[in-house]
Design a protein around this ligand. Structure first.
Ligand SMILES: Cc1cc2nc3c(=O)[nH]c(=O)nc-3n(C[C@H](O)[C@H](O)[C@H](O)COP(=O)(O)OP(=O)(O)OC[C@H]3O[C@@H](n4cnc5c(N)ncnc54)[C@H](O)[C@@H]3O)c2cc1C
Length: 221
């Protein structure tokens, strides 16, 4: 649907996740489960900002991990992700030398590693009103993962529904009202998300993340 409204196409931003799962972590991978703790774990490679692993414990004790790698798409294309053993072996080289309980998030995965490339639309993506058509969620404002994508998609859906209900028989009024609120909301979230991802780069990334989580980080820096 997007081409009906906009010429923009999502572009690869230079980073990808590689996703893995360790099922029943407490019993089968106790050292890794202990490192992850009761919630989430973020580990930054001190030698390569943007090589990072984010792990969260799911309700069924699954350990769900995303290894962030800053690599071009060609690099990933050289890995056969349909061959789980070969893909695991290649991705494991990226965490060579890490503590065994952390490397196990790759080497011990119960699923083959999955490549999740990060694409984005322009931060200020918007369009002129076209009768009868609109976009919501990622279709309107795809951004690299920053913790807000699902929230924005649900808010878009709720507000679009409310606008349609508020303008019975006048869908154009509803779409106009929805878009007027959605455009600045999604642009602000995209800019904030970009800033969030930027401060996770560089030497101070771990300290920055702690500051963000505790509310002490000064965004004006
Ligand atoms: C690796 C990763 C991690 C993420 N982590 C988080 C997070 O922690 N928190 C967060 O808030 N967000 C996160 N996001 C972002 C979040 O997943 C998205 O922002 C959200 O799913 C967008 O919802 P959506 O309904 O707009 O699109 P989607 O969830 O992509 O849904 C679109 C649906 O439309 C279907 N579809 C596409 N084309 C057609 C067609 N022609 N006909 C019929 N159906 C079609 C697709 O199959 C899909 O089911 C993450 C994203 C990724 C990639």
């Amino acid at each position: 649907m997007r081409p009906l409204l906009s010429d923009a196409t999502p572009e690869y931003g230079g980073t990808s996740f590689v996703e893995t799962f360790l099922f029943d972590g407490d019993d089968r991978h106790p050292a890794t489960a202990k490192a992850v703790g009761g919630g989430s774990l973020f580990v930054f490679d001190p030698n390569a900002s943007w090589k990072r692993i984010d792990v969260h414990r799911e309700g069924d004790r699954t350990l769900h991990a995303y290894l962030t790698l800053s690599k071009p798409l060609d690099w990933f294309a050289g890995i056969d992700f349909t061959d789980p053993a070969a893909a695991t072996a290649r991705i494991a080289r990226e965490v060579d030398g890490w503590a065994p309980e952390l490397a196990a998030l790759i080497t011990g995965s119960d699923t083959g590693p999955v490549h999740r490339p990060h694409y984005a639309l322009p931060v200020e993506h918007r369009w002129d009103r076209v009768a009868g058509v609109t976009l919501l969620g990622d279709a309107a404002h795809l951004q690299p993962p920053n913790g807000e994508g699902a929230n924005l998609a649900m808010q878009d859906g709720a507000e679009l529904g409310a606008a349609i209900a508020a303008h019975p028989g006048d869908i154009e009024a509803a779409l106009t009202e929805y878009e007027q609120a959605m455009f600045p909301r999604s642009a602000a979230a995209a800019a904030q998300g970009a800033a969030f991802n930027k401060v996770l780069l560089g030497d101070n990334a771990p300290q920055n993340l702690i500051g963000i989580l505790t509310g002490s980080y000064q965004w004006s820096e």
